[in-house]
Ligand binder design. Structure first.
Ligand code: KIV
Length: 510
């Protein structure tokens, strides 16, 4: 066993760690992000369902629209404590109260830079003002957390004096803020252990040095009992600590339950869709590759024992394991992938498929299910009869509502044109395809949809990759075209075709 620093406590002995989610406030401060009231309400419900303790719903001083959104979240009757960010001014607290929140995250300057250069006040005045604001907020029955902004660069004696005064004035808790994410673990330990002597302490870390999770764990060992973070780690600059990473580290490493981890992936996808910030493929817990194995050695090991190359089962966080094919594929992985699609091959055929998969992978290409099935047909001589095809696609987009019309053929039989509207031409075209297949397409779920530009410029060729599933079968297809709508529809129809078209699901024309 490794030794433990004398100023820390063993994390496994902690009885409770609370999570404060600031996706709707600090997360939204990521460049270019703005979420609608509907999106924020939806995310807040998801966070509450997942058992998050405190939801910082926004920043009341930002403006009227923001206040309406905070009020909407406060009105959802959630189990979580709903708060607003406020600066160290009385008007902000009044505005937060006007939104009907349970509490405030009162942010006051703590470092010399912030006290003297940003707010242009003195240490003593800043302290006095903080005390008065805490008294004002608690007199109005608000839950109050006082955050010393830029605390990790503050004079530790002043930070202790400021936040100690806040606790004495009645604040429910204080927060150590590594605002610019510059603290090392030992600095975090030194600061948080001093603050923990004063009262309940939260920790708010940023990832500028890639140390956000480490600093959270050190903060907890030093005496903090609440963690601020965002889903997916979005936030200013390099982002805040990712709450799902904290939650899995605590659960897996120390047996501490903080939130319903199996809901975290869906939440992360909801946040990604609302913010437009894609989840990086290699992101822990929620990234596309987090439970995907490609190399022959890992695939073979995983087929023998699920846990061979995984720290915990993907289902823990609402995910599924995937075996991918590419340059590093091995024979057993190729055979397993073929078996998933009910394709039987003899040893010579397997060898041919394996060699072709590797060749394709070496050309820097990810080998999709559709590629694998086409390769297997070449090797076995058994060809697949395509049943569903796109005959025509027209889209109208511009100032009005985007509309798409599709004509498909089933078993060579051309169907009537079907039109649908959507949020954009791709969405409209996908709805038209679903309608054209009269619910059959809908019964096949669109699990993922990715677009990559493979050339630059306005005439760029894009590759659309979709994964569709029905029951426990799923198929991934990639299609490239200079027209993104066409690539999307072709990919989707091909996936549906590969999933199989039950005869009774094919609509007959009147
Ligand atoms: C103002 C606070 C809480 C903040 O977002 C930070 O310090 O990063």
């Amino acid at each position: 066993m490794f030794g433990r620093h004398p100023d820390t406590r063993a994390l496994s002995e902690l009885s409770k760690v609370q999570l404060l989610d600031t996706t709707l406030r600090d997360g939204e401060q990521a460049p270019g992000v703005s979420m609608s009231a509907d999106e924020k309400a939806h995310i807040a419900r998801g966070l509450d369902d997942a058992g998050i303790d405190v939801i910082e719903a926004g920043s009341a001083p930002t403006g009227q629209q923001e206040r309406e959104t905070i009020a909407r979240v406060a009105d959802l009757d959630l189990d979580a404590t709903v708060t607003s960010f406020t600066r160290g001014v009385k008007r902000d607290i009044d505005q937060a109260m006007g939104c009907g929140v349970d509490g405030i995250n009162l942010v006051v300057p703590a470092s010399d830079r912030h006290v003297r250069e940003k707010v242009a006040t003195s240490w003593a005045e800043n302290r006095q003002q903080t005390v008065e604001l805490v008294e004002y907020a608690t007199d109005h029955d608000l839950w109050v957390e006082v955050i010393g902004e830029d605390g990790s660069r503050a004079d530790p004696d002043y930070l202790e004096d400021l936040l100690g005064a806040a606790i004495d004035a009645g604040a429910d808790r204080i927060c150590y803020a590594d605002t610019v994410g510059h603290a090392t673990p030992d600095r975090t330990l030194a600061y948080v252990s001093r603050l923990a002597e004063l009262g309940p302490v939260s920790t708010h870390t940023h990832d500028d040095l890639g140390l956000a999770v480490t600093n959270v764990l050190v903060s907890l060992a030093a005496g903090a009992d609440m963690v601020h973070g965002t889903i997916g780690g979005i936030g200013e600059r390099a982002g805040n600590v990712a709450l799902e990473e904290v939650a899995i580290a605590l659960a897996h490493g120390y047996g501490i339950e903080t939130m319903a981890l199996e809901q975290v992936y869906e939440l992360a996808q909801t946040v990604a869709a609302a913010t437009g910030i894609d989840l990086p493929p290699n992101k822990a817990v929620v990234g596309e590759n987090a439970f995907t194995h490609e190399s022959g050695i890992h695939t073979d090991g995983t087929l023998k024992d699920d846990a061979m190359y995984e720290p915990y089962p993907p289902e823990t966080v609402g995910r599924q394991r995937r075996l991918a094919l590419g340059k590093h594929a091995g024979r057993s992985g190729v055979r397993a992938a073929l078996e998933e699609h009910d394709v039987e091959v003899d040893d010579d055929e397997l060898e041919a498929v394996f060699q072709r998969v590797k060749q394709l992978g070496e050309r820097d290409k990810r080998v999709t299910d559709a590629d694998l099935l086409a390769i297997a047909e070449e090797a076995t001589g058994e060809t697949h009869e395509r049943r569903v095809e796109l005959v025509e696609l027209t889209t109208v987009a511009g100032v009005g509502t985007p509309t798409a019309t599709v004509v498909i053929s089933v078993d060579g039989d051309e169907r009537d044109p079907v039109s649908a509207t959507g949020t954009g031409p791709v969405d409209a075209a996908i709805s038209a395809v679903e309608e054209a297949l009269a619910g059959h397409a809908a019964a096949a779920a669109l699990d993922s949809y990715h677009v990559d530009a493979i050339t630059g410029g306005t005439d760029a060729v894009v590759t659309v990759e979709v994964t569709m599933s029905r029951g426990d079968r799923s198929v991934t297809v990639a299609q490239s075209d200079s027209d993104i709508t066409r690539a999307s529809v072709e990919a989707m129809l091909y996936a549906i075709d590969r999933l199989g078209v039950p005869d009774d699901a094919v609509p007959a024309d009147d």
